[in-house]
Design a protein around this ligand. Sequence first.
Ligand SMILES: *[C@@H]1O[C@H](CO)[C@@H](O)[C@H](O)[C@H]1NC(C)=O
Length: 188
Amino acid sequence: RWLCFVWHHGLWSMTLVMAPWSLVSVHLGPCALTQFFQIFSEYQSNDFYATGESYAGKYVPAIGYYIHKHNPIAKVKINFKGVAIGDGLCDPELMLGGYGDFLYQTGLIDMLQKQYVEQQTASGVQLIQQEKWVEAFEVFDSLLNGDILPYPSFFQNATGCTNYFNYLQCQVGTQSKAYIQMRGLNKG
Ligand SMILES: *[C@@H]1O[C@H](CO)[C@@H](O)[C@H](O)[C@H]1NC(C)=O
């Protein structure tokens, strides 16, 4: 039996793996961790892992480092064993510049679209350096995820992918669709 502290997009949750067939998930704030172990002290000796994806690329190292540093002096000790991160946004300032190449090299966008992505990611990096966090997020969101947009993101338009986690689910993008119609390529 082990404990996981999981971040998925917007929520921390504590997953108790009681047995292979029973999963209990409780949504918690990070400071509730030690309270949890005070209340459920029977779990305190379980192996503990902090895991997560996406923005957890920031939270998981932070909580891991915090536990590691505080454990020796903490009253309520956590049996901390490790961390795991998937698709983590650990360092957007450094990572943004890679998107153009990645999307181009995987064949999801063409050269012209790559230029647009690179121009947008450069502007995102600039906004991060100016500490304009909201504006930086908006550039990123309008380029890729479209989480808070009332219209599709550039990525959705260019690639036809509505699930940015899995490009196997991509359809033909609206831009390619327009090209196909213009060239009459859909008429066999
Ligand atoms: C995606 O296409 C829609 C419809 O043409 C358009 O309104 C929207 O602005 C486009 N998204 C971006 C980020 O350019």
